[in-house]
Design a protein around this ligand. Structure first.
Ligand code: ATP
Length: 250
């Protein structure tokens, strides 16, 4: 690195994050760093604090205390700049039911595109990712749960954000489409420089996709590393074994 050059900011840099709901500490002093270009997986039992953390990074929820930066921009003092760089796939979402899939993609693309051509190229890309073909002309309210999910995944990736935050990206998808979405996520990370932070309950998925993984429990990170490092450390053959060992005894 050149002498005067600034050190590149991490894609996500969280220190001592706390989020309290009433009397419940959903996040309780969490530290996390995601580097640019990584596919990073957050895993953990139900209620561990994954969605809360992801929503804070996505500027949808304010932290109670602590610091959260996305490519150097603070999510509390500079949410506008954060939003320009990210897209967020919620765990569940009431989509725009009266729009057709195509209208929805076009509507979402219009927030990100700089001109008409770019809108069309985002929509084309979204249509391809969704794999919904002629069903894209139908209203979203006629879609199955999995089809809605496919549309949302497409919307999240089509604009090639610098950071894609994906809360359980393949939940509710059939085996074929889940496989397809994983490959799309890999391709976007590799070819378009999209950094990905995802949560999942599917350990095979995380093993397949992620270069690093953090295990969250009771609102803190209790273990972190590449899947291979964790297999070695816990004398395990797969992430499921690691997960069970760490969650039970860690
Ligand atoms: P899951 O794997 O079940 O999706 P998670 O790891 O995503 O779980 P969170 O949704 O972040 O967990 O929830 C963390 C804790 O915070 C839980 O105890 C949850 O009940 C609580 N919580 C989350 N959102 C709220 C809210 N809006 N009001 C009150 N408590 C909340």
């Amino acid at each position: 690195m050149e002498g005067g050059e600034k050190e590149m900011a991490a894609a996500v840099d969280i220190s001592n994050l706390v989020k309290v709901f009433g009397t419940k500490k959903a996040v309780n002093g969490l530290y996390l760093k995601v580097n640019e270009g990584e596919i990073f997986g957050l895993i953990g039992p139900n209620g561990a604090g994954k969605t809360t953390t992801l929503r804070i990074i996505a500027t949808l929820l304010k932290p109670t205390s602590g610091n959260v930066k996305v490519f150097g921009y603070d999510v509390v003092s500079d949410p506008g700049n954060v939003r320009k760089l990210i897209s967020y796939l919620p765990e569940e979402s009431g989509a725009y039911n009266n729009l057709s899939g195509l209208e929805y993609l076009r509507f979402m693309a219009s927030f990100y595109a700089r001109n008409r051509e770019e809108i069309e190229s985002f929509v084309e890309e979204g249509a391809k990712i969704s794999g919904l073909k002629e069903r894209l002309n139908d209203k979203i309210k006629t879609y199955s749960k999995g089809m809605k999910r496919r549309l949302l995944v497409a919307r999240t990736l089509m604009t090639r954000p610098k950071l894609a935050i994906l809360d359980e990206p393949t939940s509710g998808l059939d085996v074929f489409y889940a496989h397809y979405v994983r490959d799309e996520i890999k391709e976007y990370a590799r070819n378009y420089g999209v950094t990905v932070l995802l949560s999942s309950h599917n350990m095979l998925e995380v093993q397949y996709l992620c270069s690093r993984v953090a295990l969250i429990n009771n609102g803190v990170i209790v273990e972190e590393g590449s899947p291979e490092e964790l297999f070695r450390k816990y004398d395990s053959k797969n992430l499921e074994e690691v997960f069970i060992k760490v969650s039970r005894y860690g």
